[in-house]
Design a protein around this ligand. Structure first.
Ligand code: ATP
Ligand code: MG
Ligand code: MG
Length: 556
C-alpha cells in the first residue's frame, strides 16, 4: 500500500484520544454558511471533518453557520446537505446556528452583567478608527464604561427592532495586560458581538430577531453546545483563536472543551473556490448555473459525471498541511481518471463525423466486441461484451483523416491502411474534399480476411474508431476545458474567462448505449471519459458530457 500522506490534524486527534482527553471522544462538525453552493474547498473540509471523526469512532455534525440574514437560503442549505450525503457521509446530527440565537443572547446578557460587554453607540467609522492599527493602540469608546443596566436596556431594544441598523452594536469588553484597546491582536480590541439588522427576514427565523451575532461570537459557542471536541477551520482564522477561547472563558465553559485548529485552505489552479466569486459567475450568466459542469462546485462536478469516490480519494491523497498553496488541475484530473478507468465501459463515438464508405463490403457483419481492456478487471456483474454491427457506410473522426499527412501519420490518408477498431483493416482509395480543402468523404476497401486476424505479410499499426451509419445514434458531445485562462484568477476574474471552456459537437454514438443505465460511465475510445448529461440528455436526443480527457492535454 502507498504511504499515507501527512495529516497533522489526525496526529493531534490521535494524541488526544491516546491521552483520554474528552473521555476519548471525537466530535467534529462541518459548518458551512448557506449562502451559495459548496465547492471543492468545502469537499476537503467535509472529507477532513467526517474522515477524522470516523477514523476514531466519533461523530460529525452538519451545522449551518446561518447567523447572517443576508444571502442565506433554504436552497443553499439543501445543496450543502446534498453534497455531504452525495460524498458518502452521514451527519450524526443536522444543526442550525440560528437555533442557538436564544442561548447566545442569554450568554451575552451574562457578559454585560459581568462587565464583559457593552452597547456602543459609535458609528461604524468611529469604531473602525478607534480600533487603532497593528502598530498603534486604539482609543476606548466613550461608551465603554456605560452602566450594565443601560447596556441591557439598549440591547433589549435592539433585539426588539427599536433601533435602526448601525445605531448600536454590542461589543465585548476585553481587558488584558496591554490595557484597553491595545492588544497586539486586533481581534481582541473589543470585537463586535451583535449588530442590528432590522427586519432583515432571516430565511428560518423570519423577523424573530433584529440583532445578529457575528461569526466569532457564534462559532465557539455552537461548538460547545454540540460537544464538539476538535473544531477545524482554515488558516486565516488563526488570529481568531484567542477570541474563540476568550468567549468560552467568559461564559464559563471549562476544560475539557472544544478547541480550534487551522489547516491550509484548498485552492485549485485555473478556477476559483469562493462562493462569492462563484455566485458572480452564475448571476452574470458566465455559466448555465451552479451545476454547470465547468463549475468547481460539487453540483457541477457531479453533473459532469465525476464520482464521489474520485473526490474522496483525491483529498485522501492530498494530505492536510498548514502551508497555503494551489493544487495543479492535472492532479485533480488524475484522480478523476483513475477512478473511472476501472468502471467505464469502452465504447465508440464519433464527435466530428466524416462519412467513410467501405466499397467492397456487400453486407454488414456483426462482431462481439469487448467492453474492457486486458488490464482492467471488469466491475462485478458488468457485461463483458456487446454486439457491434459494421456495414459499408460508416463515420470516422475528422481528425483521423488527412489528405497531406505529416510524417509518422498512422491514420487515414490517401493509400494508407488502418484497422477499424474491432473490425477490418481498410485501405483508403479516395478522399473527397471541398474547395477549401476540407474533407467531405472517404472511400476505402476492406481486407476481408482481417476481421479476427492480422493482414498477410504486413503490419498495420494505426487503429481508428468509427460509428455504423445504419444504427448509430445521433448525439451531442460537450467538451469542457478550464474555465479561466490564468492559473490564479484575480479580482478581475470575470475578464479572465476562457471563451472555449465549452465546445459542443454533433456526431454519433454506437447503439449499445441506448440500453444502459443513465448513469453509466464510458470511455469513448481515443476521446475521453463521458456520461449522459443528467439534465439535458433525452433518449431521443442524447447529450454526453466529457468528464475528463484521456490524458493531460493542457497547454497543448
Ligand atoms: P467561501 O468563501 O467560499 O464562502 P467560506 O469559508 O466562507 O468559503 P463556509 O461555508 O463558511 O465558506 O465554509 C464551511 C467550511 O468549509 C468552513 O469550515 C471552511 O473552513 C471550509 N472551507 C471553505 N472553503 C474551503 C477551502 N477552499 N478549503 C478548505 N476548506 C474550506
Ligand atoms: Mg464562512
Ligand atoms: Mg464566505
Amino acid at each position: 500500500t502507498e504511504p499515507r500522506p501527512s495529516n497533522f490534524l489526525r496526529d493531534i486527534v490521535a494524541a488526544d484520544v491516546a491521552a483520554g482527553r474528552h473521555g476519548g471522544r471525537v466530535v467534529t462538525r462541518f459548518p458551512p454558511e448557506p449562502n451559495g453552493y459548496p465547492h471543492l474547498g468545502h469537499a476537503q473540509s467535509i472529507c477532513l471533518n467526517f474522515g477524522l471523526a470516523a477514523e476514531f469512532g466519533g461523530a460529525t455534525n452538519l451545522r449551518y453557520d446561518d447567523t447572517n440574514p443576508e444571502g442565506e437560503s433554504l436552497e443553499f442549505a439543501r445543496a450543502l446537505e446534498d453534497a455531504v450525503r452525495w460524498l458518502g457521509f452521514e451527519p450524526a446530527e443536522v444543526r442550525f446556528a440560528s437555533d442557538y440565537f436564544e442561548q447566545l443572547y442569554a450568554w451575552a446578557v451574562e457578559l454585560v452583567d459581568k462587565g464583559l460587554a457593552y452597547v456602543d453607540g459609535q458609528t461604524d467609522d468611529e469604531i473602525r478608527a478607534g480600533r487603532g492599527t497593528v502598530t498603534e493602540p486604539g482609543t476606548p469608546s466613550p461608551d465603554r464604561d456605560r452602566p450594565a443596566a443601560e447596556s441591557l436596556r439598549l440591547l433589549d431594544e435592539m433585539r426588539r427592532g427599536e433601533h435602526p441598523d448601525g445605531a448600536y452594536v454590542l461589543r465585548a469588553r476585553i481587558d488584558t495586560e496591554h490595557g484597553p484597546m491595545a492588544h497586539p491582536n486586533m481581534k481582541l480590541r473589543d470585537p463586535i458581538m451583535y449588530r442590528v439588522r432590522r427586519n432583515a427576514g432571516h430565511y428560518r427565523r423570519g423577523d424573530d430577531w433584529h440583532v445578529y451575532p457575528l461569526y466569532d461570537w457564534a462559532h465557539g459557542q455552537g461548538d460547545a453546545i454540540e460537544g464538539v471536541t476538535h473544531s477545524v477551520c482554515t488558516l486565516e482564522f488563526d488570529v481568531n483563536r484567542p477570541l474563540y477561547d476568550w468567549y468560552l472563558d467568559a461564559i464559563g465553559i471549562a476544560e475539557p472543551r472544544n478547541h480550534q485548529y487551522e489547516f491550509a485552505r484548498f485552492n485549485l489552479d485555473y478556477t476559483v473556490t469562493s462562493k462569492r466569486k462563484l455566485r458572480a459567475l452564475v448571476e452574470g450568466g458566465a455559466v448555465s448555473g451552479w451545476d454547470d459542469p465547468r463549475m468547481p462546485t460539487i453540483a457541477g462536478q457531479r453533473r459532469r459525471g465525476v464520482r464521489p469516490q474520485a473526490i474522496r480519494s483525491f483529498f485522501d491523497g492530498l494530505g492536510v498541511t498548514k502551508v497555503n498553496g494551489s493544487v495543479q488541475y492535472p492532479q485533480y484530473e488524475y484522480a478523476v481518471r483513475d477512478d473511472l478507468n476501472g468502471v467505464a465501459r469502452r465504447v465508440m463515438a464519433v464527435t466530428d463525423p466524416v462519412p467513410l464508405t467501405v466499397e467492397n463490403l456487400d453486407a454488414a457483419v456483426t462482431v462481439e466486441a469487448p467492453y474492457w481492456p486486458h488490464d482492467v478487471t471488469p466491475p462485478e456483474g458488468a457485461p463483458l461484451t456487446r454486439a457491434l454491427t459494421l456495414g459499408p457506410d460508416l463515420y470516422v473522426e475528422r481528425d483521423d483523416v488527412s489528405v497531406d499527412p505529416p510524417k509518422g501519420w498512422r491514420r487515414l490518408a490517401p493509400g494508407a491502411e488502418v484497422r477499424l477498431r474491432h473490425g477490418y483493416v481498410v485501405r483508403v482509395t479516395d478522399i473527397e474534399t471541398d474547395d477549401a480543402g476540407g474533407v467531405v468523404a472517404v472511400r476505402a476497401t476492406a481486407d476481408l480476411d482481417t476481421l479476427d486476424a492480422e493482414p498477410e505479410g504486413r503490419r498495420v499499426a494505426g487503429v481508428v474508431h468509427w460509428a455504423n451509419a445504419a444504427d448509430a445514434r445521433p448525439a451531442t458531445f460537450r467538451l469542457y476545458d478550464r474555465l479561466f485562462t490564468v492559473p490564479q484568477p484575480g479580482e478581475d476574474f470575470l475578464d479572465e474567462l476562457n471563451p472555449d471552456s465549452l465546445v459542443e459537437r454533433g456526431g454519433y454514438v454506437e447503439p449499445s448505449v441506448a440500453d444502459d443505465a443513465p448513469d453509466t460511465r464510458y470511455q469513448f475510445e481515443r476521446l475521453g471519459y463521458f456520461w449522459r448529461d443528467p439534465v439535458d440528455s433525452a433518449p431521443d436526443a442524447l447529450v454526453f458530457d466529457r468528464i475528463v480527457a484521456l490524458r493531460d492535454s493542457w497547454g497543448k
